[in-house]
Design a protein around this ligand. Structure first.
Ligand code: GTP
Ligand code: MG
Length: 221
């Protein structure tokens, strides 16, 4: 990534809009949208709060299965004027917080229903720019995550990887897990997606992710 873009975005406001049970019930698809998905309890809601610097924007929980619908958050951002000569216009875009996959304690019927809802959302939401797939950086590559990424490929949904909870392990081990994950992907994909290493606790990866989103917003304008 072009490092000169780093920190070229400030979040002006972040606001919860609505929770929708299906793609049809979502707000009009009139703004760039960035979805956050991954295994249950991987840290999706915490990451959204960290990016927006708002503790209680998305509901987090130590118990998996907290997020159950498609949750829209409206974000207003502006370029960091000190550092950019590009357009200073404000951007409005959406973040969506999605239910996690792979939570064993959810009844099979409900799991199947979530799966259908998520697939329909990912395939039919026309304003979706990128899906951030969150991976727990404490573990070796997991088949569940790899299988989900394969499905995204089949559906031709653009995605980026986010390795979460990096504060919980040594940098060395996190880096090993990231390398292992990317090398598995390399066996199946021609090119690797962008990836970020984050910690919601330490605010790690925030600038990099916001800079990436800003770049995408500018590109699609
Ligand atoms: P579901 O909505 O249930 O699928 O979970 P989620 O993926 O939204 O996870 P959530 O953000 O609710 O976080 C789950 C747990 O992990 C909470 O106890 C968080 O405090 C913790 N957690 C999330 N991110 C981090 C992180 O970067 N570092 C540490 N140490 N803990 C984290
Ligand atoms: Mg959640």
């Amino acid at each position: 990534m072009d490092k000169s873009y780093l920190a070229y975005m400030n979040i002006v406001s972040a606001q919860y809009i609505v929770s929708s049970p299906s793609v049809e019930k979502c707000p009009p698809a009139d703004k760039p949208e960035y979805a956050f998905i991954g295994r249950s309890n991987v840290g999706k809601s915490s990451l959204i709060n960290m990016l927006c610097l708002q503790q209680n924007l998305a509901k987090t929980s130590a118990t998996p299965g907290k997020t159950q619908m498609i949750n829209h958050f409206l974000i207003q951002s502006e370029p960091d004027e000190k550092k950019t000569t590009k357009s200073n216009a404000r951007s409005s875009w959406y973040i969506t917080d999605l239910p996690g996959y792979g939570y064993a304690k959810v009844a099979q019927g409900q799991r199947a229903q979530w799966k259908k809802m998520i697939e329909k959302y990912l395939r039919e939401r026309t304003s979706l720019v990128v899906v951030f797939v969150l991976i727990d950086s404490r573990h070796k590559p997991q088949e569940l995550d790899l299988a989900f990424i394969r499905r995204l490929g089949e559906w031709k949904v653009p995605f980026a990887l986010v390795f979460t909870k990096s504060d919980k392990e040594t940098q060395r081990l996190v880096s090993t897990h990231v390398k292992q994950f990317l090398s598995v992907l390399q066996e199946e994909w021609e090119s690797l997606p962008p990836h970020f290493i984050t910690s919601a606790v330490k605010q790690k990866g925030r600038k990099e992710m916001l800079a990436f989103i800003e770049q995408c917003n500018l590109y699609i304008k």
